[in-house]
Design a protein around this ligand. Structure first.
Ligand code: 5AD
Ligand code: FES
Length: 353
């Protein structure tokens, strides 16, 4: 049995953690232990990333998807899902609009929609880059090395591809049409093509235990991604996992804090899912390591149909309102709003001076 106090000592000394140590930590419900871990995560966030919170304007531009992820409401077998696809001009206009709110990153997210070929996506990226002073993050799923390279050459800066779970067995069970090795290969290709890369996972998936969650932390520690998205699994009645239990805010916060501890220089959002299971979820995440928030700028009539999971927060809010509300929340937490691009730490802090 590993002593949790030894693990805390290693955390304070910024030493790498082992799978056994993270499992032991995640298995304790000792509030004093967790308060120490949270304080340490908050300290690391402040030391490396500062008090400024980066805003990323989210555009969910298509909810068509050819995949069958068991947890996701956008899965192609969900025939009750109303589908939409924004026109390229609409996407470009919205990206420019996000920029006028002083937000310097547009996150273009969609299901895996074959309509948006790499060629079309490259055109959109080039258009946005020529018209707005903004970084572009893509979150459009698994593609070939050549496709990732083309998107990078077109000017996209960052790419989000969560690993979802670092347990290969659980991953393969939840993704009937994909393999864990393929996911990892895609993530490695994203690094090779020069993207700033974001990975991450869900917390509280059916069948996921502390040893699985510890694998997620070890994977983050190994890959040192530039961005890390962590949120609770939220059961969606329109999916095969509709009757399963959702993840908890407590375990989500533990994972966010440990992500900050093993990757002190990563950009870590207080995710929408975290804000959806607890009205103060995003605030709580900002207190234990998070330094990014993603206001949703998807036009209202589309946004209501991007139902990855139910009871998603801010669905009634228009983008500008979401933006104002998030800025107020950040200030009330004693933090500031960043005015720069919020690029990866390794690019903004040149080791050679
Ligand atoms: N609950 C929480 N998060 C989900 N995602 C997909 N479905 C769900 C769900 N039911 C997350 C996945 C995906 C991201 C866009 O949303 O991690 O990568
Ligand atoms: Fe398509 Fe997950 S099943 S976004």
């Amino acid at each position: 049995m590993i002593g949790v106090s030894c693990v805390i000592e290693k955390i304070h000394a910024s030493q790498p953690l082992t799978h056994e140590e993270v499992t032991a930590l995640l298995s304790t419900n000792d509030t004093a232990v967790w308060n120490t871990v949270y304080a340490c995560a908050d300290l690391f966030r402040k030391k490396y990333m500062g008090d400024a919170v980066h805003l990323r304007g989210l555009l969910e531009f298509s909810n068509y998807c050819i995949r069958e992820c068991a947890y996701c409401g956008l899965r192609s077998h969900n025939i009750n899902q109303v589908r939409y696809r924004m026109k390229p001009e609409e996407i470009i206009d919205q990206a420019i609009r996000i920029n006028t709110y002083g937000i310097k990153t547009v996150v273009m997210q969609s299901g895996e929609d074959p309509f948006f070929t790499t060629e079309i996506l490259c055109d959109i990226v080039r258009e946005i880059k020529s018209k707005a002073d903004t970084a572009i993050t893509l979150s459009v799923g698994e593609k070939t090395f050549e496709e990732y390279a083309a998107l990078r050459t077109a000017g996209a800066d960052r790419y989000l591809l969560r690993h979802e779970t670092a347990s290969p067995e659980l991953y393969n069970k939840l993704h009937p049409d994909s393999r864990f090795e393929d996911r990892i290969r895609c993530i490695e290709n994203l690094f090779k093509t020069g993207f700033q890369v974001g990975i991450g996972s869900m917390v509280g998936l059916p069948g996921q235990d502390e040893t699985d969650l510890a694998k997620d932390i070890l994977l983050l520690q190994k890959y040192q991604p530039d961005m890390i998205g962590i949120g609770p699994f939220i059961a969606n009645p329109e999916t095969p996992l509709g009757n399963d239990k959702s993840g908890t805010i407590e375990m989500t916060l533990r994972m966010v804090a440990l992500a900050r501890i093993v990757c002190p220089k990563a950009h870590i959002p207080a995710t929408t899912a975290t804000g959806s299971i607890d009205p103060l979820g995003r605030e709580k995440a900002l207190r234990v390591g998070a330094n990014v928030v993603m206001p949703n700028f998807t036009p209202q009539h589309y946004k209501i149909h991007y139902t990855i999971y139910p009871n998603k927060r801010c669905l009634d809010e228009e983008g500008s309102k979401c933006n104002g509300c998030i800025r107020a929340m950040i200030h009330s937490e004693g933090r500031t709003v960043s005015t720069d691009y919020g690029h990866a730490y390794r690019l903004t802090h040149n080791q050679n001076g």
